[in-house]
Unconditional design. Sequence first.
Length: 120
Amino acid sequence: MMTGGRSKGIMTYLSLLPAFVLFWFYDVPKSLIVFFASLNSAFLQLVSLPLFLRTFFKPVKNEYRKGLVGFSIVMGMIIKSVLIAADLLLFLILLFIELIILVIFIAWPIGTVALLFLNL
């Protein structure tokens, strides 16, 4: 017959369960979201999206010679529109990857426990 030592060990492990749940499902996702926000900010600065939006209606290369101002503004808008679209596409891809990482991270222990009880 087993003594109380083994059940005390099991109770010690069970007392870790609330700490694990709090850590895995609250603390780490919160930290991941803060990290992803910082990553998104750095990415937007890297691809110059805020700069393109601020200077959308300004001429390319600050060309202010008579007769070229209109052309420079239109050409700048066309070039910046293509660059803004590419930046937004890359940013949406980054957001999708971040969402996938977060979902996989949260689902990992649930999947692990589910695999324990599946009859393969």
